[in-house]
Design a protein around this ligand. Sequence first.
Ligand SMILES: [Fe+2]
Length: 432
Amino acid sequence: MTPDYLSGALAPVPDEIDAHDLPVAGELPEELTGRYFRNGPNPRPGEDPGHWFAGHGMLHGVRLRDGRAEWYRNRWVRTKAFTEDAPFVGETGVDLAAVTANTHVIRHSGRILALVESGLPYEVTPELDTVGPVDFGGRLTTAMTAHPKQDPLTGELHFFGYGFFPPYLTYHRLSATGELVESREIEVPGPTMTHDFAVTEHHLVWLDLPLVFRLERGGMPYAWEDDYGARIGVTPRAGGPTRWFEVDPCYVFHVGNAWEDAHGRIVLNAARYTRERFAPLWGRIGGEQDPAVPAAASGAAVLHRWTLDPATGVAKEEPLDDRGVEFPTFNEGLLGRESRYLYTVADDAVVKYDQRDGGSQVRKTGGDTGEAVFVPAAGATGEDEGWLLSVVTAGDSSRLLVLDARDLSDVASVRLPRRVPAGFHGSWLEEQ
Ligand SMILES: [Fe+2]
């Protein structure tokens, strides 16, 4: 029986194609001139990597210019694992270039990087050809998260790497010009899967949660261990010890925005899983075939808020909704500062939250809905003035949906030449 991660919306495509002059319904804003790139796992034909997260990274790109959709193309990232079948753990230890680069694609200081949290970033060209692994002149000696944070004021890129052996967690900072200028160990009790973190004006915020690395498990070697506990750490960006807040056991792949409120408390919103809701998801994407468990991959986490008070050491926890959502996005011009709107996706919808009044809007899309990337309009004065870009797939056809972020109304829809497998994260790369 074909595992879930190789079928339906997750089924890989067999090859790389190019298509030109894509049909557009509605009107693409001329201002949307640039590239939308999205990353996700795509095993080669006949390959079964054993877990959704383990497939080779494939980038899908759509080139928009002056109201037209000029091209679509898809390319595997030519990592050492892809071209040489190089092992991640070999006789000389871990090879940080022998990875899948399958999770995110960003641009920083002029370089486009395909990212996966187990290894080094891979640079690719604006045409999606692979340049090679990047270690910032030999300075990066750990893996790099797929969820770095760019400070909108300084242009610096904050990120971290986690590993199986000490140091388990290391914070890194790139200058606006792409130089690795700081690396600092963050002490944690053990090796855990740390997928994301948050950055506020003065602090780094860590999620040290009980998905613990256990080599003996093989495959995707992580297991939920209640004994590990769950804690959120706050480290001054300028340096100094981390203050840890104990929280109820949970798992988080993705945070929304985080900020410091008027009382100096840290507010962190994230898509949060309980153990009960995490287990079936983890089983499914790892190939367990339990017909009693629904296939929905994005319906299990709910939007949750922690408010961390350094004065008392207490973390307040509160669910903000009971709907299943994932892939939170926001206007990254406000990264680290209080923001009002958070965009998420449910299985077949985009859900926009107003974090000030607690309201939400739902826009059904009629298909499997990928992460909705927010693109600010030029000269915008309102936080939600701009567009949301999302790949929506119904049956065998995919489109790039462009919504008005203010009311989630249709702006345009670009028909893609064939189905794009459901994947992870993408970026809008505005023309430079
Ligand atoms: Fe992610």
